[in-house]
Design a protein around this ligand. Structure first.
Ligand code: AGP
Length: 613
């Protein structure tokens, strides 16, 4: 995600803001910028790449006497990671700037309106709309102008605003993207996307809530409701974290933080892409014509590791709802078989990083054979997104933990959207069905948010019996078979326990020989269309004294007759069970690895992005 830092007070602002941005580097970014007020004007510096590039571009400013300013590190979502797209962004006058973290869903319509009013845009970003919208309403009162502008905005924002007309004031505002204020009677006022930038100066913080705005001066902060305009009394909290803990938001590991970020990541991936009236799916970076899509006779899904598991789920969805035959290939195998690919085939790569060498090699070969290429990817401007004809971005934000969690469930959300998109283009699904399934997709995020703490608590207790196991089996059927594979991968890659995922129905063809009273088996058994078969499979395991853990639907008391170790999840639309049932598998693997004292975020032998073949 992007990082914001703002300061106003007695100190020189550049070292405070630059130091604060460095404390937010863990959030991942691809460009950065700083702006401060001096001698009646705004001094703005921006650069691509790492903060060192920004520092090198602003040597003259390091000693600046200014005491008020804003800084930003950008994780690109709309518009490539270039200097022109780096924040801060200015209005037409150059006297007002904004820094922003989040997604302005209705920026297209707002930009069109503002251009018609004569505003001139300098970037491709959704953020720049905010600067011109505030300018449109600015009439001497900055807080009023920001309030009016934000009443027009749909989407998520953590926002910082600075205007030469009020050179001792910063405005902060929040909706769905985190923004915290720091206050200190001597040090002045701070704003930041997270706590680390505040810690060197104050432990007194105020957490803004959604649809709140703050006026920040050297004397402190006053918070207002964006709905009523009334002042809001906020509690000042004292932070006891050290800097390392603060980078992880108080979580012990980035992986756990990212497991908990999944509801936000799914909503950010889906938001603004399903028209609530028509059910039409809008994928602006798809860049494939209706003729291209009508001509597709087969789809190849190509990926590695966890992303390959996402492809396996997508096969079920696309074939069922869009009626297009799908082949799924592990990318490192894809290139070594006779590929019956030509212009009638669409090849889709799935990749969090967009840099995985095996997957890149696969799509290059498919393109040579005449296939159109689409990539499902989390990194704007990555190699795969530049080489594909179309892209469906996930908006999971940077994933720091090597074991993929929020990127995976965001890939599933994006692939489900892609399925609805194909079904719409192929006329294989009515609008009301698309709307229903789109609502179910958002519902899953809400269910996950509610269930996460309950599951983690239950799993913490459960793993005492399993954390020292030598082996583990994960079994699932139908849409849950890929989730069994994903659970096994999570466990083996962070706890180093040998774990295998199997299709439940496959056990009797050999693997059941492994079952004895020592063998833990995690069985996925939701009340879905293959429930009875799944129950028969886990009964076979029980009959051989396997140590069963079952994950199933709340209220299904039958599961308790099979094993005492049952984790329950709410019943949702069964098509979306793969997203929901991934969560306990992630948490089980995380808790076991943490209990074994493993390096959860940086497991041995692994890299976050495998850029070698
Ligand atoms: C997942 O937990 C692993 N870190 C790994 O399997 C990963 O999914 C794989 O290397 C593919 O990476 P990509 O999604 O960036 O292409």
């Amino acid at each position: 995600m992007c990082g914001i830092v703002g300061y106003v007070g007695k100190r020189r602002v550049v070292p405070v803001v630059l130091g604060g941005l460095k404390r937010l580097e863990y959030r991942g970014y691809d460009s950065a910028g700083i702006v401060y007020h001096e001698d009646g004007a705004l001094k703005k510096f921006r650069s691509e790449g790492k903060l060192i590039n920004l520092e090198n571009s602003m040597e003259e400013a390091i000693g600046a006497a200014s005491h008020i300013g804003l800084g930003h590190t950008r994780w690109a979502t709309h518009g490539a990671p270039t200097t022109a797209n780096a924040h801060p962004h200015s209005d037409c006058s150059g006297e007002l700037v904004v820094v922003h973290n989040g997604i302005i869903e209705n920026y297209h319509s707002l930009r069109t309106e503002l251009v018609e009013k004569g505003h001139v845009f300098a970037s491709e970003t959704d953020t720049e709309v905010l600067a011109h919208l505030i300018e449109e309403y600015l009439d001497g009162d900055l807080r009023a102008a920001v309030t009016k502008a934000l009443s027009r905005v749909e989407g998520s924002y953590a926002l910082g605003v600075l205007w030469t007309g009020m050179p001792d004031t910063l405005i902060a505002a929040r909706n769905h993207s985190p923004l915290v204020l720091g206050v200190h009677e001597e040090e002045g006022g701070f704003m930041a996307s997270d706590i680390p930038p505040l810690l060197p100066y104050t432990d007194q913080v105020i957490f803004l809530d959604d649809r709140e705005l703050a006026v920040l001066t050297a004397e402190g902060a006053t918070v207002y409701s964006l709905e009523s305009g009334e002042e809001v009394t906020k509690e000042t909290k004292i932070i006891a974290w050290n800097a390392a803990m603060a980078e992880k938001g108080g979580y012990k590991h980035f992986m756990l933080k990212e497991i908990y970020e999944q509801p936000r990541a799914i909503v950010d991936t889906v938001s603004g892409r399903i028209n609530p009236e028509t059910g039409s799916v809008e994928l602006p970076e798809m860049n494939l014509s209706d003729e291209d899509l009508a001509g597709i006779e087969r789809i190849f899904l190509v990926a590695c590791g966890t992303s390959w598991h996402a492809a396996l789920v997508a096969k079920y969805w696309i074939e069922r709802w869009a009626g297009i035959p799908v082949e799924v290939d592990i990318a490192s195998e894809f290139r070594y078989r006779k590929l019956l690919i030509d212009e009638r085939v669409l090849t889709v790569s799935i990749s969090q990083s967009g840099e995985t060498a095996d997957t890149l090699a696969g799509i290059r070969l498919a393109k040579e054979l005449g296939s159109k290429i689409v990539t499902i990817c989390n990194v704007v401007g990555s190699t795969m997104t530049r080489e594909a004809h179309g892209t469906v971005y996930t908006h999971a934000g940077p994933e720091i933990g090597v074991a993929s969690t929020k990127a995976f469930t965001s890939q599933l959300a994006a692939l489900f959207l892609f399925t609805l998109y194909l079904a719409e283009k192929r006329g294989s699904m009515e609008a009301d069905q698309r709307l229903l399934l789109g609502r179910e997709l958002i519902n899953v995020a809400k269910v996950i948010e509610k269930e996460l703490p309950i599951l983690q608590n239950d799993i913490k207790e459960l793993i005492e019996k399993f954390y020292d196991s030598r082996d583990f089996l994960f079994v699932g059927r139908g849409l849950n078979f890929p989730i069994a594979l994903e659970g096994a991968l999570k466990l083996k890659e962070i706890s180093y326990i040998h774990a295998e995922g199997y299709a439940s129905g496959e056990l009797k063809h050999g693997p059941i020989a492994l079952i004895d009273k020592e063998m833990p088996v995690l069985g996925l058994a939701p009340k879905d269309s293959v429930y009875q078969k799944s129950i028969s499979n886990v009964e076979e395991i029980k009959a051989r004294q396997g140590r069963l853990i079952l994950i199933g639907s709340k209220g299904d008391e039958h599961l308790k007759t099979i094993t005492e170790d049952v984790l329950y999840l709410p019943e949702i639309h069964e098509e979306l069970n793969p997203i929901l049932y991934t969560i306990p598998a992630q948490l089980l693997s995380y808790e076991i690895a943490a209990r074994r004292g493993c390096d959860v975020d940086q497991p041995r032998n692994l890299a976050k992005s495998v850029t070698v073949e």
